[in-house]
Design a protein around this ligand. Structure first.
Ligand SMILES: O=c1ccn([C@@H]2O[C@H](COP(=O)(O)OP(=O)(O)O[C@H]3O[C@H](CO)[C@@H](O)[C@H](O)[C@H]3O)[C@@H](O)[C@H]2O)c(=O)[nH]1
Length: 485
């Protein structure tokens, strides 16, 4: 190598096997690679199939990026063969503990890869808290990725620090989350059980925090201008070193990468594009609950009836339970009735292409952070319907801080795959009409959403805050002592 050339860093990326984590991880890895870093993504065979075409295209463009496979420990974890991704299980709640416990079996193959390749840095999902120690043994710095925004990381920190929820008797009384830049209120009913009592998952969260403290820092898929008060709060009050590198979905520049992102879409591109092209700007509502959630038959019916009565054109991405004939019947009948006015997509949609289409004017979302940030990056206001994880926190950022969304008003934390709370059709009709209508509030939201889109693009481009943070991180890693051999 020419001695004037900067040293080429080698970074391992190790995502959790769940679409909400795998997708931003792959985007992030590709982003590092486009900055001249040699990148290796570590995952299991069935997860690799979900993005290997994209990586092959990057390689053809000359990027130094590759995938290293390790076996998924189905047998050791007591899980059926052929399921390697959290979103592929019909009822993830029922197997979540086995799945997370099973992740520890990945430690040995991961350690062997580290020994063999000695990368300069590891970016690991928070779900692998052992990575920090394993890497430190070899003198390799590790960065942790949570998948969510600064805002929600700050709320989680406040719960740990002040435990405000422990002094509240009622599940439905609101309380203020202490110590934050804004007055954010939640109810106990919106919190996960793992926060309210000691469970195996809450013990795992303890290990995650410990590994965070020992790590080199945190990577965040967000941009500074979106949540400046929370980015500052996280760095100064929570006290973690953090780099914001998002919105990482903007790493996908061409149609092939966008349409195959995370999976192969289950609808032909010409069919949906022709359909959306035939619609007026901002006239279509996009409805999706992410990669994990499955609504009950009763809830599906309420959504269907609500959308029908609202008179709104729509695209609805459905994730059904294969064995539930009632779900199939309801949605098939609805699909027939709505022909022309609505497009129903089963399993997987090219979400970022939909959100980017000028006809899409609103997104009914479960507030997963990726969907939220993708909607913001596309300038699309949201209807918020949080279900689980940190989605109730994200909802507050959307509706209260950024003011680019309206809530359906759900109050109850759900288990993944077992959604029970019922949002009635009347509520759906009202909020759809409000967001997609011509009122002043909706107009202001659309205008704020457009501003955020521009800010997101600027942050990601050369000269922007996310670009600068990534460049600074790469420089800092270059100065870090090389791993021990
Ligand atoms: O048909 C689909 C469905 C989903 N997606 C993509 O899949 C991702 C889904 O991620 P997200 O919106 O964050 O939802 P979940 O899959 O539910 O994500 C989990 O992980 C996130 C990151 O930690 C958390 O914010 C969520 O609460 C948690 O449920 C997004 O990139 C979507 O664009 C598609 O492309 N097509």
């Amino acid at each position: 190598m020419d001695s004037t050339e900067p040293y080429q860093l080698h970074v391992f990326f190790f995502p959790l096997m769940a679409q909400g984590h795998l997708i931003p991880f792959v985007d992030m890895a590709r982003r590092f690679s486009s900055h001249g870093v040699k990148v290796t993504i570590i995952t299991t065979p069935l997860n690799a199939c979900l993005f290997s075409n994209t990586i092959d295209r990057d390689k053809q463009l000359g990027l130094d990026i590759s995938i290293q496979l390790i076996p998924f420990p189905s047998e050791e974890a007591g899980l059926p063969k052929g399921y390697e991704n959290a979103g592929s299980f019909p009822n993830f709640s029922a197997v979540a503990l086995k799945f997370f416990n099973g992740l520890s079996f990945l430690q040995q193959p991961f350690e062997e890869l580290l020994q063999e390749h000695r990368p300069d840095c590891v970016v690991a999902d928070m779900a692998f808290p052992w990575v920090t120690d394993v890497s430190a043994k070899l003198g390799i710095p590790s960065l942790i990725f949570h998948g969510t925004c600064f805002f929600s990381l700050c709320i989680s920190d406040s719960f740990r620090r002040y435990t405000p929820h422990e002094n509240i008797k009622s599940e439905t009384d609101t309380f203020v989350v202490p110590g934050l830049p804004d007055q954010i209120e939640l109810t106990r009913s919106q919190l996960s059980d793992d926060l309210k009592k000691k469970t195996d998952l809450s013990k795992m969260m303890e290990r995650i925090r410990e590994s965070e403290r020992k790590s080199f820092g945190i990577l965040v898929n967000s941009f500074y201008e979106l949540e400046p008060a929370y980015a500052d709060h996280y760095r100064t009050v929570v006290g973690r070193k953090a780099w914001h590198v998002g919105p990482v979905s903007l790493s996908n520049r061409n149609i092939a990468d966008k349409s195959e992102r995370g999976n192969r879409a289950s609808i032909n591109e010409h069919a949906w594009l022709r359909w959306l092209d035939s619609k007026k700007p901002n006239s279509v509502l996009y409805v999706s609950f992410g990669s994990m959630a499955r609504l009950t038959a009763t809830q599906l019916l309420e959504v269907a009836m609500g959308i029908e009565a609202s008179g709104q054109s729509f695209i609805w991405v459905l994730r059904l339970n294969a064995e539930d004939s009632e779900q199939r019947r309801i949605t098939e009948e609805f699909e027939k009735k709505m022909e022309g006015r609505g497009l129903i997509i089963r399993d997987w949609a090219p979400q970022i292409l939909f959100l980017d289409h000028p006809a899409v004017g609103g997104f009914l979302t479960h507030c997963g952070w990726n969907s939220t940030l993708e909607s913001i990056s596309a300038g699309v206001p949201m209807i918020t319907w949080p279900l689980f994880a940190e989605q109730f926190y994200n909802e507050k950022l959307i509706t209260q801080v950024l003011k680019v969304g309206m809530s359906v008003g759900t109050m109850e934390y759900q288990r993944v795959g077992g959604e029970k709370a019922l949002v009635k059709r009347e509520v759906i009709i009202k909020v759809v009409e409000q967001l997609m209508g011509v009122g002043e509030e909706a107009e202001q939201m659309r205008s704020r959403a457009r501003e955020l889109k521009e800010m997101a693009e600027r942050a990601f481009e050369e000269g922007g805050s996310s670009y600068a943070d990534l460049t600074a991180l790469i420089e800092e890693l270059r100065l870090h002592p090389r791993p021990t051999v």
